[in-house]
Every structure is written in structure tokens, then in C-alpha cells.
Design a protein around this ligand. Sequence first.
Ligand code: ADP
Length: 283
Amino acid sequence: KGPDPDVEVIAKKLANIKHKILVLSGKGGVGKSTFSCQLTYVLGSDPQQRVGLVDVDICGPSVPTMMGVGDEQVHESGNGWTPVYVADNISVMSIGFMLPSPDEPVIWRGPKKNGLIKQFLKDVDWDDSDDMEIDTLGAGESSGLDYLIFDTPPGTTDEHLTVVQYLKQSGIDGAILVTTPQEISLQDVRKEIDFCRKANIKILGIVENMSTFICPNCHGENIIFNPTTGGARAMCHELGLNFLGSIPLDPRIGRMCDNGKSFTEEFPESPAAQAYIQIVDKI
Ligand code: ADP
């Protein structure tokens, strides 16, 4: 079996996107999608930066709701599917937009999932804006986003393997791993680290989410999930990886996610928003 020609088609399609970053986690529910959305908002808070967020979670796409575009439809244009815009410089595309019903579970085997992801990578038209010099582009090329963030499902799944296989010629800058402090979550992050190493993907760093809770009344900091093994910081130290920072628990994050609003924009002074902003600064 020869090389898949679609690898090249996808590389061409994504050639003008400057940075491609994967967001991974070992387990679900650790705040990976929330992080992907906040990363997108913080990068996009600079109007000069054009940012795209892709959700490749077939079984549990949460990006449309978190970005406030759950009811949107994607349109097919001459060049493929047009992403949904949440701001002039921020666009979102979710595999959830392409599934028949948001409430029905997707029960698909690997090859069908792979086919959809491949089509998704090939056919989304990030080349959108009127102000870009589209005329200068070659056939099949698209104009430049500064960042394309991939929110992936938890664990190491068919979706990851497909994304990595099809992006290998397009160049991935690296992966950010999100975890909570408990050893049970860190154990699974070690598997993600191993996956990145085997797949030759640089690990940009590890984010620890829900590290502490800062009381809104007395401002005292409480540890909710006791990191028996020293948490993500100690793991980074042990494995020679970059520790990007800790995000405290803040109930308003869940509320903002459910309402499709940017937490960092709504509560910029909060310790959690500051943590997101500082982490993005380090990337
Ligand atoms: P994952 O993508 O890892 O499955 P999500 O990003 O969907 O996790 O987050 C799971 C839930 O936890 C969501 O309801 C989200 O709003 C909430 N959440 C994430 N991070 C925080 C945090 N730091 N403080 C409070 N709630 C959070």
C-alpha cells in the first residue's frame, strides 16, 4: 500500500496556517475543551491574530456549546465547509456540526471515524477573509490563520491517530497536555506523553487544571484534589517537561462554558483568567 495522497492534499490545504497546536488529555472531564476554548479566545484577543479552533471529538464535541455556536449550521461553499465565526478573527469548526443529531450517540468503528476526520481536515475552508490576498495563492492552498487549535477527545483514540497521520506533512508545532492534580489523571497523562514521543510530536508543556480553589470571600487558597505525588509540576520536573501553569477552580468557568461565553473576557481580573492568560503567554 503506497502513501495516502490525501496527506499531501491536507498539507497543501493547511500550508499557510502558521501554528498548529493539539490539546490533549489522558482523561475526560479535566478541562481540556475549556482550555482549548480559552486558548483560542486569549490568542484571538489580539485582533491582529487570526485563530481557528477545530473540534475533532466525534463522540462528545463540546466546543460548539462552549463557544456559543451550538445552534449554528455550517455552510458548504465552493471551496469546502465554511467555519463558524465567533469574532472577526476567531473561527470555529466542529465535527459536531456534521453529525446528524446532537442528542444521539455516535456508535462508529475506526474506519468510519477516520473517514470523517480526513474529510474534515481536507474540506474545511479556513481561507475565508476578504482582506487576504487570495489571488496570490496556488490552487488548493488556503490563506493564513496564525493559529489552528485542535481540541481532541480524551485518551489516545482513532481520532488522534488519524489527525497525526494526516497532519504529519503539514507540521504540528506541538501538543499541550491538560490534567488535574490527582495521580489517577497524571497516570493517563503519562500515556499521552508516550504517544507524543512515539508519534514524534513535541510536547509544548503541561497545564494543571482545578489545582486549588480560591475562596471569593476570604481569598484563602484551598487544595481540593490533594496531589499525593506532587501534581503536574513534580511530574514535569521528573520527566524534563515544561510546566505551563496551574488554573484554579472557579465555578464561573462552568457557567461561562454552558452559556458559550469567554471566561477570560468576562472575568479578566480573576486568578483563573490570569492563569489562562499567563499560560498562553508561555506558549
Ligand atoms: P474535558 O474537555 O477534559 O472533558 P471540559 O473542558 O469539558 O473537560 O470540562 C469539564 C467541566 O469542568 C465543564 O463543565 C467545565 O466548565 C468545567 N471546568 C473546567 N475547568 C474548570 C475550572 N478551572 N474551574 C471550574 N470548572 C471548570
